[in-house]
Design a protein around this ligand. Structure first.
Ligand code: ADP
Ligand code: MG
Length: 508
């Protein structure tokens, strides 16, 4: 390894100074200082979009920074490229696994390694044993679950013998047992003097594995120090946005839902699937039910299973009293549930089609009209109405949807779901990556859905969003519902605590 190893204890192994980074107009890092010494595990925590992954990619040389410097063993490093970071002994296990789908597990792990294959294989086997993982090395990467892919990424990282190992939310898809095995391995690395940066959403893990902790908010490190100097409550306070003085919001002009006069439109009963267990709740017409929780808590799995995309393991879902458990997505759409996915680029839109045909595409595939060839004029009529209603900023209905900003694309997607006159609309992270102005328009559309009597089920990692919109909220922690809050009870504090599993711990 290039860097010298006989450094004094007082010189951090890795130090980043005043790192700044913007993506276009979006200023993501506003001057970050962070250092890690030998044998230290720095837990980096912070809400979605705080800039954690961006910072790690800069350290790994995947992104360049606009300004700032990186020192290794006290000496300025010219990273800038992954190869240089690797040569300096840095390795990043990324948040999203990036495997070559058509290659085997072994080929993926050994990518970029030269040497005796039998020996390398032995080392892989040894690391698998330590991690308590039993993966067939000949499996193709495209047959692996997300958790398995993450384990392969981890194995890749361990094989690198890095001096500075960065783990970006490695545990969000792992089971409790796998996390414990990972911690055993991390403790062993720690005792060998390896430096680690560990990103997580789970505060318990901070106290279990970290030596120090740093909280990142809006591109700045707002709080840091040795882990002993913090309590969990202090970390939660540090995670909250500045102006969130536990105030209850938005009572003005918000018609309370009269639950006593209503029958639930959706009843979820002892429902289990991959990633969530024994979930029960009701959803009422004209209500916005927020589902809060941290990434990896099982929320996306829950709603996509309700929508028929993933397999139900047990339990029931009733829509207006009718059992729809296990129906296909197509049938469920017909029954009156609509789904606006988080990743509208992957699932939501036909980028190369016009705004008009995107707005009505849900109708074409089994909505109210159900015919393959919808009259172009009718398409335009419907689209025009929605564009006007929602103040979508467009030049022409025939423009390609890809030419719109993210916020306006999202309005088209939600408008499309409305056009089928659904009973229930499920929204997954409706405003992720959307600028503030479009966000308030999207909020307006969601309220319009509610006022039209549609039941809205909204997954959001943005707690402010849940506080602002929800009539009721449930929190999901490690695949189970651990809290339910009426509008009057919903505050940032309460939801944040429950999302991190605090409320649950207090009651047991
Ligand atoms: P975190 O890991 O803390 O959740 P990220 O670093 O992933 O946060 O994202 C921080 C911000 O940077 C977000 O607003 C995100 O949209 C933006 N961002 C991240 N990567 C890119 C990219 N490649 N291009 C444009 N914007 C990006
Ligand atoms: Mg991230």
């Amino acid at each position: 390894m290039a860097a010298n190893t006989n450094t004094q204890a007082s010189v951090p192994r890795l130090q980043v100074r005043d790192i700044r980074k913007a993506f276009g107009q979006n200023v993501v890092l506003r001057g970050i200082d962070l250092s890690v010494s030998a044998g230290e595990v720095v837990a980096l925590i912070g809400g979605n979009g705080a800039g954690k992954s961006t910072l790690m990619k800069i350290i790994m040389g995947i992104y360049s920074c606009d300004s700032g410097e990186i020192l290794i063993d006290g000496a300025p490093a010219r990273l800038g490229k992954p190869a240089a970071a690797l040569a300096a002994g840095i390795y990043l296990v990324p948040q999203e696994p990036l495997l070559f789908p058509n290659m085997t597990v072994l080929e993926n792990i050994l990518m970029g390694f030269a040497g005796n294959e039998a020996e390398l294989k032995k080392r892989v086997a040894q690391h698998m044993k330590e991690l308590g993982v039993d993966l067939n090395l000949q499996r193709k990467a495209n047959t692996l679950s997300i958790a398995e892919q993450q384990l392969v990424e981890l194995l890749r990282g361990l094989m690198r013998d890095a001096r500075i190992l960065i783990l970006d939310e490695p545990t969000s898809a792992l089971t409790f047992g796998e996390v414990q095995a990972l911690f055993r391995v991390m403790r062993d690395l720690k005792s060998k003097g390896i430096s680690m940066i560990y990103i997580t959403h789970r505060l318990n893990e901070v106290f279990e594995i970290a030596t120090s902790v740093a909280i990142m908010r809006d591109g700045l490190i707002t709080l840091e120090g040795p882990v002993e100097s913090f309590t969990k409550e202090m970390l939660i306070q540090g995670l909250l946005p500045k102006d969130a003085q536990a105030q209850k919001q938005g009572e003005q002009a918000y018609e309370p839902v009269r639950y006593e006069a209503l029958k639930p439109v959706l009843e979820v009963r002892s429902f289990s699937g991959y990633g969530f267990t024994d979930v029960s709740f009701d959803l009422y017409p004209g209500e916005i039910l927020g589902i809060a929780g941290v990434v990896g808590a099982g929320r996306t799995e829950l709603i996509s299973t309700i929508f028929g995309r993933d397999k139900t393991l047990s339990g029931k879902v009733l829509l207006d009293g009718k059992d729809i458990t296990g129906m296909s997505t197509k049938q469920i759409l017909k029954e009156g549930i609509n789904f606006v996915p988080e990743d509208r680029h992957a699932h939501g839109l036909f980028k190369i089609r016009s705004i008009s045909s995107n707005t009505t595409s849900a109708l074409l595939s089994g909505g109210e009209i159900g015919k393959v060839n919808m009259n172009r004029r009718r398409q335009r009529e419907i689209s025009k109405k929605y564009v006007d209603d929602f103040r979508t900023k467009i030049v022409s209905l025939e423009d390609l949807i890809g030419s719109l900003s993210g916020g306006n694309q999202q309005k088209v997607v939600i408008a499309r779901s409305l056009s089928t006159k659904p009973k229930v609309v499920i929204l997954d992270e409706p405003t992720r990556g959307i600028d503030a102005a479009a966000r308030s328009d999207v909020y307006g559309i969601i309220r319009q859905l509610k006022e039209a009597g549609v039941a809205v089920l909204m997954v959001s990692s943005d707690i402010e969003e849940v506080v602002e919109l929800a009539d009721r909220a449930i929190t999901v922690f490690q695949g189970r519902i651990n809290g339910e809050f009426s509008r009057g009870e919903i505050t940032q504090d309460v939801l944040t605590s429950a999302s991190f599993g605090i409320a649950q711990e207090r009651t047991v």
